[in-house]
Design a protein around this ligand. Structure first.
Ligand code: ADP
Ligand code: 5GP
Length: 206
């Protein structure tokens, strides 16, 4: 058993399939805890407060920032998004592998605070498929889709700062690959200090 849970950040272009992947991963394996972010954007059809997001007003969001309740926060296409700190810390200490599904500025801030964070970047196989998925989801106006694609161009500039690339072509294969990569982190020496101390102690007695 490694020292504590893995902190993994999943980012990727809007429409790449991050939300779909997360749902699938969580339904297949039970050691994951998905952080629920706060956002000032409106809920999409089918989204529930406290499940996909905590949907808050600008004032409530500003208060969370002032009271240092957020691990990180960022602006994304006219709205604010942030990760509540207490849940993440509690779950990691309880040994859960915690996933933050957040954009790139937030991802880099988390990596700065916690250098062991695993950064995963999800892409569609190509730009045409990304556009098809964004349009097919049917939840955003043409203008918002344009803004999100513009944002994708900026994110592509920073994607090589991530540790792993996941191409979400076949959903099932992508979920399994994500799971394998995250689980492999448990074997990192830096996440096994307790074992190292224990075996050193035992050998000293031999
Ligand atoms: P994101 O959370 O990255 O913005 P979503 O999970 O909402 O993306 O997925 C965008 C759209 O693409 C959804 O309609 C979803 O059903 C579809 N989708 C996700 N993964 C795949 C895949 N592997 N193949 C085809 N369509 C997919
Ligand atoms: P959406 O509006 O499509 O749900 O999310 C828009 C973008 O905001 C996505 O790239 C998503 O990963 C990101 N995001 C969601 N929650 C957070 C958060 O707490 N912090 C940051 N920095 N980004 C977030």
């Amino acid at each position: 058993m490694s020292d504590q849970g893995i902190l993994a950040v999943v980012s990727g272009f809007s429409g790449a399939g991050k939300g779909t992947l997360m749902k699938e991963l969580l339904s297949r394996y039970d050691n994951y805890a998905l952080s629920v972010s706060a956002t000032t954007r409106s809920p999409r059809e089918g989204e529930a407060h406290g499940r996909e997001y905590f949907f808050v007003t600008e004032e409530e969001f500003d208060r969370m920032v002032r009271e240092e309740q957020l691990l990180e926060y960022a602006r994304y296409v006219k709205h604010s998004y942030g990760t509540p700190k207490s849940y993440v810390m509690e779950q990691l200490q309880a040994g859960k592998d915690v996933i933050l599904e957040i954009e790139i500025q937030g991802a880099l801030k988390v990596k700065e605070k916690f250098p062991e964070t695993l950064l995963l970047f999800v892409s569609a196989p190509d730009a045409a498929e990304l556009r098809r998925r964004l349009t097919g989801r049917g939840s955003e106006s043409e203008e918002v889709i344009r803004e999100r694609l513009a944002r994708a161009k900026e994110e592509a500039d920073g994607m090589d700062r991530y540790d792993y690339l996941l191409i979400n072509d076949d959903l099932d294969a992508c979920v399994e690959e994500m799971h394998r990569i995250i689980q492999a982190q448990h074997a990192r020496m830096s996440n096994n200090r307790r074992f190292v101390e224990k075996i050193r102690g035992e050998l000293a007695e031999c």
